[in-house]
Ligand binder design. Structure first.
Ligand code: XUL
Ligand code: CO
Length: 435
């Protein structure tokens, strides 16, 4: 197939002084590719056209005039390889329905998928681009209006199971390093019509079936759950990192799953992304990142490309403290604004996202090397290393012994407790120095 994006050249690293929109200022592919593990989201970059509730698609894309859905699907698959290669982006991610159209039956749908997967496999042979993760779209079709694994109808559960079975097979076929479950419509609109306990039990059952089938076919990629608190349902079951952790633990799924955390989902849950990342890291379930950002003034999932250096720095701080993301990566689950309708906008959006993370990674690694935050953190909790602190941590104290120690102690002022300053403003000034 001839070049689909002739206006986009191979993007080169030109350094921070460059004012070329089609050049990297911070991301140096040869140096950063393996630690940053960027991925392109097929659904946004190859499929989305900019439709919103008030208007039609705006995006100028090479497949716009192609009527046959299979022909358009082939072009898009060529497109993702062309653009990831030009951007030195090592990975892509997809939903089954992003890459191939639905047919009249599941059998026909699977056939369509096989054709496109064969093409992807072929293109992979001559390309450095690999699959970070695959997933199934179990939310778009009307059959999923009440959920998939949490649908009140077992036949819908069965259809979703068949769909995920196939998605696991093709993810394995393409060497996918992870498999993602984002909860689509697994949630509810009103408890008046919802058996929440049964729905959650069914969801756990579904995930166990997936684990069993992965073992059966020898898929060894990492399973990931992607939390989100709301949208499309009013209440999504996989609300945030802590909720997912509780769910996985309750249903004996913790050994098989980690989390794919998305910045805009964390902020919709009223957390910073760093909060969810820290929670996941502390619990050994930080798997991968959907790298985007929301708008502080809008309460929905705007999926913007990540440009906020403060946020990318603190994300990379957690990633590096985690010893990297292992099989995970930084997937740009982000879409260009509807008005950014040119192909160049798509390339520029990825470039600024990659540069923002590369710059964040540089700042984070300098902060870590200098122990810029660690020193003060250690001092703050030093009391737990000796005396009564160490004794509490070692389980040697009781309410009675602690009362005995406090009854006549000097406690009139905070300083009598040895309390130091929280130093928030000072710490913020330190982070600013590294940005
Ligand atoms: C939806 C979302 C999904 C998942 C994959 O908000 O983030 O695109 O990343 O299903
Ligand atoms: Co996502």
């Amino acid at each position: 197939m001839s070049e689909l994006f002739p206006s986009i050249p191979k993007i080169k690293f030109e350094g921070p002084k460059s004012d070329s929109p089609l050049a990297f200022k911070y991301y140096e592919p040869a140096k950063d590719k393996d630690s940053l593990r960027f991925a392109m989201a097929f659904w946004h970059s190859m499929c989305a056209g900019g439709r919103d509730p008030f208007g039609d698609p705006t995006a100028e894309r090479p497949w716009n005039s192609v009527a046959d859905p299979m022909e358009a699907a082939k072009m898009r698959m060529h497109g993702v390889f062309e653009l990831t290669e030009k951007l030195s982006m090592p990975y892509f991610c997809f939903h089954d329905r992003d890459i191939a159209p639905e047919g009249a039956s599941l059998r026909e749908t699977n056939k369509n998928l096989d054709v496109i997967v064969a093409l992807a496999k072929d293109l992979m042979k001559g390309s450095p681009t690999k699959l970070l993760w695959g997933t199934a779209n179990c939310f778009g079709n009307p059959r999923y209006m009440h959920g998939a694994a949490t649908s009140p109808e077992p036949k819908v559960f069965a259809y979703a199971a068949a769909q995920v079975k196939k998605a696991l097979e093709v993810t394995k076929e393409l060497g996918g390093q992870n498999y993602v479950f984002w909860g689509g419509r697994e949630g509810y609109e009103t408890l008046l019509n919802t058996d929440m306990k049964m729905e959650q039990e069914n969801m756990a059952k579904f995930l166990h079936l997936a684990v069993d089938y992965a073992k059966e076919i020898g898929f060894t990629g990492q399973f990931l759950i992607e939390p989100k608190p709301k949208e499309p349902t009013k209440h999504q079951y996989d609300f945030d990192a802590a909720t997912c952790y509780g769910f996985l633990k309750e249903y004996d799924l913790l050994p098989y799953f980690k989390l794919n955390l998305e910045t805009n989902h964390a902020t919709l849950a009223q957390h910073t992304m760093q909060h969810d990342m820290r929670f996941a890291r502390d619990h050994g379930i930080l798997g991968s990142v959907d790298a985007n950002q929301g708008d502080e003034m809008l309460g929905w999932d705007t999926d913007q490309f990540p440009t906020n250096l403060y946020v990318t720095t603190l994300i990379m701080y957690e990633v590096q403290k985690n010893g990297g993301l292992h099989s995970g990566g930084l997937n740009f689950d982000a879409k260009v604004r509807r008005g950014s309708y040119k192909v160049e906008d798509l390339a520029i959006a990825h470039i600024v996202g990659m540069d923002s993370f590369a710059r964040g990674a540089q700042a984070a690694s300098r902060m870590i090397a200098d122990k810029a935050l660690d020193k003060l953190l250690d001092e703050r909790y030093a009391g737990w290393k000796s005396g009564v602190g160490a004794s509490i941590r070692a389980g040697k104290e009781s309410f009675k012994s602690l009362e005995a120690a406090m009854l006549d102690a000097k406690t009139a002022n905070p300083s009598d407790f040895g309390l130091g300053s929280g130093k928030q403003e000072y710490l913020e000034s330190i982070v600013n120095r590294y940005l």
